[in-house]
Design a binder for this molecule. Structure first.
Ligand code: ADP
Ligand code: MG
Length: 176
């Protein structure tokens, strides 16, 4: 399957699950994140504020933001800017209906201990399929230049045998 076909296939599979089931599966994945040694150790974590079809991370953000510095991406033109999460009062609906923090850009990439990344699908080599606009590919190339460990989050039905990848696609270090 090419990337477009794979995206359509995952969208179909997702329809077999109720939002309650997905919330339950998300909670299980979030507990795995919390038990991960790199998450436990991390002081600064790049997370994402999930859209309805992504592994839900809101609880993770709320549970940890007073103990760790939580960073969230913000769509600015063709790039993902990184900003500090400072509480829900500071979130606004941005491009693609993503909840995004206000404030200055966080630019000290070398201080990020861990990056948690959404995806449409991941394969056995930890290749990542996104929504087709390459936003995370561009961010991941910046994260990689700072050797930041990346963890993709996926429901079981988002794990596939193989994803066609191009030179600009950057695999995850691991997928939970
Ligand atoms: P996605 O990763 O969202 O599934 P693709 O991998 O198909 O989507 O990438 C979409 C487009 O994003 C590519 O055709 C490419 O033009 C652009 N792109 C991806 N990474 C980069 C990059 N590092 N620099 C510039 N353009 C990029
Ligand atoms: Mg890509």
């Amino acid at each position: 399957m090419n990337k477009t076909e794979l995206r359509a296939c995952i969208k179909q599979k997702k329809k077999e699950y109720s939002s309650e089931e997905l919330a339950h599966l998300s909670a299980t994945i979030c507990r795995e994140v919390e038990q991960h040694p790199l998450f436990k150790k991390a002081k600064i974590v790049l997370l994402y504020h999930a859209l309805p079809d992504e592994v839900q991370t809101q609880e993770l953000i709320h549970r940890w933001h007073d103990k760790k510095l939580i960073l969230l991406p913000v769509v600015v033109g063709n790039e993902l800017e990184i900003r500090c999460y400072q509480g829900n009062h500071n979130l606004h609906t941005g491009a693609f209906r993503i909840q995004e923090p206000e404030g200055a850009a966080f630019t000290e990439f070398s201080r990020i201990d861990l990056a948690i990344i959404p995806g449409v699908a991941f394969d056995k080599q930890n290749n990542r399929l996104g929504r087709g606009k390459g936003y995370y590919d561009r961010l991941l190339s910046r994260l990689r230049s700072h050797h930041i460990h990346t963890i993709g989050l996926a429901y079981d039905f988002q794990k596939v045998e193989s994803i066609p990848y191009e030179p600009h696609d950057i695999p995850m270090n691991e997928v939970l």
